[in-house]
Structures are given as structure tokens and as C-alpha cells.
Design a protein. Structure first.
Length: 356
């Protein structure tokens, strides 16, 4: 079984990421130089309620997967455990309940240390919860937690490939499954795994079941923004499928870079139909196909026919499909993922409260 490429070394993973995004990295470097010249500090926003938090939640983005992974458990913690929320900007509209106050802090571990000193706002925090330490706010929060010896909770928010970022040291992982937790740990002995399920998939399974409309072209969920696969092989494979099957291509919201837009123009000139409606995945009634998107499992959970496809899948991709029981195009559709009796968000809240 193929393990994580970088099971422990976050710096090595970040270097790999930068190399896979050369054009994006060049642009970021220019912006970084400009910022250094103006000496403008980076900020984050801390959200608190009346009671000083016992848990600090680091929310680096308000994407659907991160909302399901972090905000849904937060809803279950209201009234049981006071929680503070760190985010790149104000996210009060996404937070449950009322009475939230927001204030900006420098995006540094030092700023958090100051909030914990002399009975400050964060002096009673016993743990930090995030989706990892590979993004800015999660990174700062986890560095501060490591310094203080706090509990570090990491909630899985998406499907895991060998290209996934490593876990922080001494992490307590709230994983979709034991298999995912073991894979993410990749042989490490400092990681504690709790299998809780996926809140995103759980919610998909609770919706009114639907079936794929007969005679409707499949929708291919785009992933050109990803860096896990060789880009040219992904482009050729996706194009071949859409051309040969007559599938409708649905671009991922992240496909905004110039290379992806150029590919889109080429495909449209070649007659590939596009779905740019922006409608939610849960509104689809067509069969769904993708290379390794979580959307395949979301569709299967709802009752839609769903498959995966790659013209020449590398070994790790075949292993990935097997771990999630995703079925290749041409086989029987992907079965609905098994769901826990208790909502994963509720289970996460219970585990965190019991350990606090």
C-alpha cells in the first residue's frame, strides 16, 4: 500500500506544493515581495462569545468540506463547551448562536501567547481543533498549541491521497474511518485515531433519496486545479471521457488559473458541453463521474449512479479507489458509503467534551 509521500515533514510537503504550482508560486512571490516592502503584517480574526473559550477552533476557509468538518461540530458544542474561532477574516455569519465578537490579531503564535498570559482571553484553552497545520491559521494555532502542550485535534475534511499534508505531531485525528486514520498516520506512533465518519457524506445520505434520470448524459466533476496527478495525463483522460461518452464537464470552482481556463476554451471549441450553472451538487439528477472527487461519494450517498475514471490510473489511484469503494466506469455504480448511526459532528463533540 502506498503511504503518504511526506508522513512527517511539512516543509518538504510545502516545497512539493510550490513546485507543482510554479506559475501560482511566481505570482505569490511577487505579492510577497511587495508586502515585505510595505511591512504590512498578516492578520487573523479571533471570534469569542461571553465565556472564555476552552477550545480554539482554527477555520482557514469556509468551503463546504471545512464547514462540515469544523462548524457542524461547533454547533454540537454550543452550550457544552465554550469555543473560540480563529479565521483569516470575520466569519460570524457562519458561526452558530449569537453574541460573537470579533477582533483582529497579528497572525503569529506570539499574538496567541499574549492572549493566554495573565488571565487573558485564551488562558483557559486546553485544546486546538483544525483540519491540519498546512494552512496559515491552522499552522499558527498548532504551533501555539505545541508550545503550550495543548491537545491537538485534527478533523479530516476530504478524501486522502498519498499527496495529503502530514499531520501535526501528537495529533488526535478525527477520521472518516480507521482505514483513513491509519493511512494518514502512515506508520507514525504519535498519532491517536478516532474513526467518526464524514459529516458531509452523512448529510448527503440524510437527504431525500434520488435516482439518476434515464438517458441523461453523465456529469464529469472537474479537478484540473489539483496537483495530485500529472496535469497532462489528467487533461487527456478527462477530455477522452467527455468526448467518447458525451459527458458534460462541470469545472471545479478552483479552476480559475490561466492554464485551466485555456483548457476549458480548447474543450468548448472541440464541442465538450459545460455546466457552469453553479447549482449545488445535491441538485444534480444525472450520473456523476470524476477522477477522485469526494463528489462521487456524495452522489452515491444520495442514490445517484456514480463512478471514477482515469485512462491510465497510477497504482496509488487504484488503491485510493479501493479504500473508498469507488467503482471505475464500466463496472456497477459506486455503492452508497456506509453511515454511522450517530452524526459525525455529534460524535466529534462528544469525544472532545469527554477529554476536556
Amino acid at each position: 500500500m502506498t503511504p503518504l509521500d511526506h508522513p512527517k515533514d511539512l516543509a518538504a510537503w510545502q516545497t512539493w506544493q510550490r513546485r507543482r504550482h510554479l506559475l501560482r508560486e511566481a505570482k505569490a512571490s511577487v505579492i510577497s515581495v511587495a508586502r515585505r516592502r510595505t511591512a504590512a503584517p498578516e492578520f487573523m480574526t479571533m471570534h469569542t462569545q461571553a465565556e472564555a473559550p476552552a477550545l480554539l477552533l482554527a477555520l482557514d476557509a469556509t468551503t463546504p468540506t471545512k464547514i462540515a468538518a469544523l462548524i457542524k461540530p461547533l454547533e454540537q458544542l454550543v452550550g457544552r463547551l465554550p469555543v473560540g474561532v480563529l479565521a483569516p477574516a470575520e466569519v460570524t455569519e457562519h458561526l452558530p448562536g449569537g453574541g460573537w465578537t470579533a477582533r483582529r490579531l497579528p497572525r503569529t503564535a506570539k499574538a496567541l501567547r499574549e492572549q493566554a498570559q495573565s488571565g487573558g482571553t485564551l488562558s483557559g484553552v486546553s485544546g486546538v481543533m483544525s483540519t491540519g497545520h498546512y494552512l496559515p491559521v491552522g499552522g499558527v494555532s498548532n504551533a501555539w498549541a505545541q508550545d503550550r502542550g495543548l491537545a491537538i485535534w485534527v478533523v479530516q475534511h476530504g478524501l486522502l491521497t498519498p499527496k495529503a499534508p502530514p499531520l501535526p505531531s501528537d495529533a488526535r485525528v478525527l477520521a472518516f474511518s480507521e482505514a483513513d486514520g491509519g493511512f494518514w498516520a502512515s506508520g507514525r506512533d504519535d498519532v491517536e485515531v478516532h474513526a467518526v465518519g464524514s459529516q458531509l457524506l452523512y448529510e448527503s445520505a440524510q437527504l431525500v433519496p434520488v435516482t439518476s434520470s434515464s438517458g441523461v448524459a453523465p456529469v464529469f466533476l472537474g479537478q484540473l486545479h489539483g496537483v495530485e496527478l500529472d496535469r497532462m495525463s489528467l487533461i487527456q483522460s478527462t477530455y477522452r471521457f467527455c468526448r467518447d461518452v458525451g459527458a458534460i464537464y462541470r469545472p471545479h470552482p478552483g479552476e480559475r488559473d490561466i492554464a485551466s481556463r485555456t483548457v476549458h476554451q480548447w474543450w468548448e471549441r472541440a464541442g465538450i458541453p459545460f455546466d457552469r450553472s453553479g447549482r449545488a451538487l445535491t441538485d444534480l439528477r444525472a450520473p456523476v463521474v470524476s477522477t477522485f472527487s469526494t463528489g462521487v461519494l456524495e452522489a452515491a450517498a444520495r442514490g445517484l449512479d456514480a463512478w471514477v475514471y482515469h485512462r491510465r490510473p497510477p497504482a496509488w489511484l487504484n488503491e485510493f479507489w479501493q479504500r473508498y469503494d469507488m467503482r471505475p466506469w464500466g463496472e456497477e455504480p459506486t455503492p452508497p458509503p456506509a453511515q454511522p448511526v450517530e452524526a459525525p459532528a455529534r460524535r466529534i463533540a462528544d469525544i472532545v467534551c469527554q477529554s476536556n
